[in-house]
Design a protein around this ligand. Structure first.
Ligand code: GLN
Length: 465
């Protein structure tokens, strides 16, 4: 059931006013104890809501997204508002411009309510690596909200926002969506402009929606997609229609990676539930194929090698000169090092040190180039697979959400929890979490630019399971 359509109709029929709607959600956000809020956009939101009400009162038509309240992970630019990346370094930084994806939503009339808590610079899988306090899971507050887009997923799960815009570099939309039982999509790389999204690992960074229905994912995805002169990796995609995703007849063959399911690291219940879903799919006459894939350890090491290299490079500009909370030292070099060592978190520093090591002379051939080579092999494997199957199904995570505090004690265990999401990021493929099938959901992936097929299969599975 589309919440966007439901609210749109209520607004149109004057059953609710936009001001009431926005006030109510702002109150919920203010009172919430899940630590999802970095800053509230109260004044902007209330002013926009009044304008929508005036339009409706004047008998003017409103668009589908007009007046719909949404949340924004705090790594996006929205002109004049704080963009902290949940970090000390940028805790007072104000966006000088607006991200393309967010601008498109504003142009469609959607109302931004909140900049949402997340792992600092997207570094993490639990939303504990933040100066605003660990995000608490929507279902069980002893558990993590997931990451890095934890605040966004929890806000949607708790109905504080109707949809939220997360960012996914290696799983940061899909994993928290799974941990909080909502839908989350990472589109094909390049479908949505990254302009105005703070760069983590530029070659896998993706903008994407988190919502409570597949229809809402489709609506928001369409609104944000498109070629953008400010991001040369974007391409023009076709709008995905409502009708086109209701029919899944095109899907004849589904694949899954047998080593994901036979791994020692998978929780036995996740495994049993996943295999039960596979049986239900087979019972519908769809062919299911077991596929060979790289070991999870290889995927995780390849991803982290490249992601650390890219983030070390991307974050080098944050030295207190143009950006960031500058801390003066005795000379310029000291100023750089004090600013960076005092203001970056442990996790971010680990990645900067690791990334610079990977890229340094004498090591880069051995490590970075090898990572790139493996990435090519992973992409090649996907190309081969998608000649045989229409979609690939996998669990979202090997296990259920950890307790708050556990991931901080064991970063390696946290990296390994990304085992099932990072491969699809390296392949730049469209992939979505549906909150069904296993405790942390199922992940549906298709070949590049086949985002429509992902949504079709999601509708099919949603009815089936
Ligand atoms: N957990 C992964 C990481 O820390 C993915 C994060 C993300 O997608 N931003 O790199």
């Amino acid at each position: 059931m589309s919440k966007i359509r439901e609210i749109h109709n209520q607004l149109k029929n004057k059953e609710i006013s936009c001001l009431e709607l926005v006030r109510e959600r702002l109150d919920l956000l203010k009172k919430n104890t899940h630590n999802t809020v970095n800053s509230l956009l109260e004044e902007t939101a209330l002013n926009l809501a009044k304008k929508v009400d005036t339009k409706i009162a004047n008998g003017e038509e409103i668009g589908l997204l007009e007046g719909i309240p949404f949340g924004i992970k705090d790594v996006y630019m929205l002109q004049g508002t704080l963009a902290t990346a949940s970090s000390d370094l940028l805790k007072n930084y104000k966006s000088p411009y607006t991200a393309t994806a967010i601008q498109k939503l504003l142009d469609a009339g959607a109302i931004p309510l909140v900049k949402e808590n997340c792992d600092s610079f997207g570094h993490g899988s639990s939303s504990e690596n933040t100066i605003f306090g660990a995000v608490k899971n929507a279902i069980n507050t002893d558990l993590v909200g997931g990451g890095s887009s934890g605040g966004s997923a929890v806000n949607v799960a708790k109905d504080y926002t109707i949809f939220s815009i997360g960012g996914d570099t290696g799983g940061s939309i899909r994993q928290p969506a799974g941990y909080n039982h909502v839908f989350g999509m990472k589109p094909t790389y390049g479908r949505i402009s990254r302009f105005g999204l703070m760069a983590y690992a530029s070659s896998t960074d993706c903008v994407g929606p988190i919502a409570k229905s597949i229809e809402d994912i489709r609506i928001v995805l369409n609104a944000m997609s498109g070629k953008d002169a400010k991001d040369q990796t974007t391409y023009q995609s076709k709008t995905i229609s409502e009708e086109s995703i209701l029919n899944s007849d095109k899907i004849k063959t589904v694949g899954y990676f047998k080593n994901f399911i036979n791994s020692n690291a998978i929780n036995p219940k996740v495994k049993a539930d996943f295999l039960a879903s596979i049986e239900k799919i087979k019972a519908k006459g769809i062919e299911v194929k077991e596929l060979d894939f790289f070991e999870s350890d290889t995927l995780v090491s390849t991803y982290y090698t490249l992601a650390m290299a890219e983030t070390a490079s991307n974050l080098s500009r944050l030295d207190g000169t143009n950006y960031g909370n500058r801390m003066e030292g005795d000379n310029l070099k000291d100023t750089y090092s004090i600013t960076r060592s005092e203001n970056f978190s442990e996790e971010t520093k680990r990645r900067i040190v690791g990334g610079n090591q990977v890229l340094s002379q004498g090591f880069s051939d051995e490590i970075y180039l090898k990572g790139l080579n493996l990435r090519d092999q992973i992409s090649g494997n996907f190309e081969k697979d998608f000649k045989e199957v229409d979609v690939i199904l996998s669990p979202v995570t090997p296990s259920t959400p950890p307790k708050i505090g556990d991931s901080l004690k064991d970063p390696l265990a946290m990296y390994l929890s990304d085992a099932y999401t990072v491969g699809f990021s390296l392949g730049q493929l469209p992939t979505l979490t549906i909150p069904k099938g296993t405790e942390t959901g199922l992940q549906i992936t298709a070949a590049k630019n086949n985002d429509e097929l992902v949504l079709q299969f999601a509708n099919f599975l949603n009815d089936l399971i």
